[in-house]
Design a protein around this ligand. Sequence first.
Ligand SMILES: *[C@@H]1O[C@H](CO)[C@@H](O)[C@H](O)[C@H]1NC(C)=O
Ligand SMILES: *[C@@H]1O[C@H](CO)[C@@H](O)[C@H](O)[C@H]1NC(C)=O
Ligand SMILES: *[C@@H]1O[C@H](CO)[C@@H](O)[C@H](O)[C@H]1NC(C)=O
Length: 213
Amino acid sequence: MKWTVVVIFNILCMHDARSYCPSLCICKSNKPGDGASQEPPPEDLLRLKCGGSPTQITELKEIDFTKIYNGVVSLNLSGNAISTLSRELHLPNIQKLDLSYNQISLVESDAFYNMTTLQKLDLSNNQISNVYREMFKGLVNLERLVLAQNHISVLALGTFDYLVGLKQLDITENPLICDCALLWISDWARNTSVKLVGNPKCAFPENMASKIC
Ligand SMILES: *[C@@H]1O[C@H](CO)[C@@H](O)[C@H](O)[C@H]1NC(C)=O
Ligand SMILES: *[C@@H]1O[C@H](CO)[C@@H](O)[C@H](O)[C@H]1NC(C)=O
Ligand SMILES: *[C@@H]1O[C@H](CO)[C@@H](O)[C@H](O)[C@H]1NC(C)=O
């Protein structure tokens, strides 16, 4: 008897969030642990995958998050055709954001301004060449940043200073120019205990090509 009540209660609670998913997206509820002994979460935690094939998204505003924005903890936008990132995502509880395999070339300075809960950001396989300090403002809890396979050649001293919680950085497969301007990276990684994933290599100058930064 008690069981039935609990089950029905759960179904009723979950109904709203389950029945709504933005078009172009697939929504999954994040079930906490084994479920049996745990309290149900205050609201459904949603993991979304949006676009990709066959319908690619070119702009973030094509997705309507208004009914679920509080519940989204993970958003996968990999494999779309987004070219510019600006302040369009208002997801106060997001922890994981996958923007890999898009066509992003421009990241505006306020793009991640309010994403204080974000822990993992994947921007790999895009066309980003300009990476700058202000771009990461607000990402105070970011632990993993993936910038692999972009067009980055220069990184200025202090670029990652806003990322006070960073643990892992992946800048592999970029045409990095390893001149004096980039020598700070390994120093900085050591100072901050950030793990540089996969030993980023220099593309230029030629006498340093394939050397580790
Ligand atoms: C996002 O989706 C792509 C394509 O389906 C997949 O390869 C990738 O692992 C997903 N990302 C995350 C963080 O789950
Ligand atoms: C940042 O997020 C908070 C809480 O979600 C919101 O109240 C605030 O208006 C946002 N600030 C900006 C500048 O977007
Ligand atoms: C690393 O720490 C040393 C010693 O405190 C300091 O002199 C140097 O400027 C730091 N380097 C970077 C890039 O933060």
